[in-house]
Design a protein around this ligand. Structure first.
Ligand SMILES: Cc1cc2nc3c(=O)[nH]c(=O)nc-3n(C[C@H](O)[C@H](O)[C@H](O)COP(=O)(O)OP(=O)(O)OC[C@H]3O[C@@H](n4cnc5c(N)ncnc54)[C@H](O)[C@@H]3O)c2cc1C
Length: 316
């Protein structure tokens, strides 16, 4: 047990969810790299989450993760508490009106798409191809095939660092391309989505199309974090990466995929240091070739290992 969990022992009595110390973040992310979380908590339900946050001393940082399909956790691990919502308490989905679904934040995006199909609700098919869960989609404004989360969200339910509940309207989520302006400390617990009337065969055909397309153009069976960089205005990140000669570029066990060069992959033994160094090298080379400074889409979290900091391209 780490000192932190020992120290919090009494204070957290009454909390029902799973608490552990030094939890491996590598097991919780698609890249399968990264140091441990000092304290890891999986709340049983919303009430349990609120109680945990209320009781956790204010100075302890809190970070929420989904299924880790957009995360690069650094090798030095994460100080403070990492929260991952449990499927049991947060992965429900129900139809609440003709074209609306209420979904928990731990519901996989794929299951949101499947529930929409079953209910005959169109416009949510794009979630079929996104490997995250609803909480991550709400934070990242996840999107594909010309549709994004911002177009389908009606309201979002959240809990703040002090354990208080909030309901945010779509405009309060402050959505932009792969970004939300909602306060960083909020933990989304669920949301209401609205689709459009559609025929089930048509929805199914669009979901199949999404899947087939992905299998041919993206390395979806690799250890990856999806698109590494956001598309800059007027061009695509992959085109600029290709132009800068970075397709297949390797640092240690990290590589820019040959199949889709905006996807970074862990070919086996990569560390977070290798992956982030590769990303910053690509940013430098693209800037030198086209003058564009790429913006990370992947969220990088946690501490560097001592003496193994990665310098961002913009500060070099
Ligand atoms: C093969 C592959 C393909 C992908 N294709 C796409 C694509 O087409 N379109 C696209 O948009 N993305 C894509 N992604 C990226 C990723 O799947 C999305 O960003 C997804 O929405 C992240 O969800 P997650 O549950 O994995 O979140 P995580 O990666 O765990 O977290 C991402 C961010 O969301 C925050 N977060 C997670 N849960 C919550 C919550 N409950 N409350 C508040 N904040 C939260 C985290 O703190 C973090 O900042 C792809 C990734 C992979 C690996």
């Amino acid at each position: 047990m780490t000192a932190l969990l020992e120290r919090l022992g009494d204070r957290l009595s009454g909390v029902r969810g799973r608490l552990s110390a030094d939890a491996s973040m590598g097991k919780l992310t698609w890249f399968q790299v990264g140091g441990p979380a000092e304290l890891f908590f999986q709340p049983a339900d919303e009430e349990d989450l609120a109680l945990f946050l209320e009781r956790l001393p204010e100075e302890i940082p809190v970070l929420v993760v989904g299924v880790g399909s957009n995360l690069l956790v650094r090798d030095g691990g994460i100080a403070g508490a990492v929260i991952r919502l449990s499927a049991k308490g947060f992965a429900g989905v129900e139809q609440i009106s003709d074209h609306r679904l209420r979904a928990g934040a731990a519901l996989p995006d794929k299951r949101l798409a499947a529930a929409a199909l079953e209910a005959g609700i169109g416009g949510l098919h794009f979630y079929h191809g996104i490997p995250g869960a609803v909480g991550g989609a709400l934070r990242m404004n996840a999107g594909a095939n010309g549709v994004e989360t911002a177009e389908r969200v009606v309201e979002v339910h959240a809990i703040d660092r002090k354990g208080r509940r909030h309901v945010l309207t779509k405009s309060e989520m402050g959505y932009a391309y792969r970004h939300s302006e909602a306060p960083e400390g909020l933990i989304f617990t669920g949301a209401i989505f609205e689709g459009v009337p559609a025929d089930r065969d048509e929805i199914r055909a669009r979901m199949d199309e999404v899947q087939t397309h992905r299998e041919t153009v993206q390395p979806i069976r690799e250890k990856t974090g999806g698109s590494t960089f956001k598309n800059p205005p007027g061009t695509s990140a992959w085109k600029e990466i290709d132009r800068a000669g970075c397709r297949g570029l390797t640092v240690g066990g990290a590589q820019m995929s040959q199949m889709h060069c905006n996807f970074m992959i862990n070919t086996g033994g990569a560390t977070a240091f290798d992956l982030e160094t590769l990303g910053e090298t690509v940013r430098q080379r693209v800037r030198a070739t086209s003058g564009i400074l790429l913006d990370w889409e992947i969220k990088r979290l946690g501490r560097f290992e001592p003496g193994r900091d990665v310098m961002p391209a913009d500060s070099q």
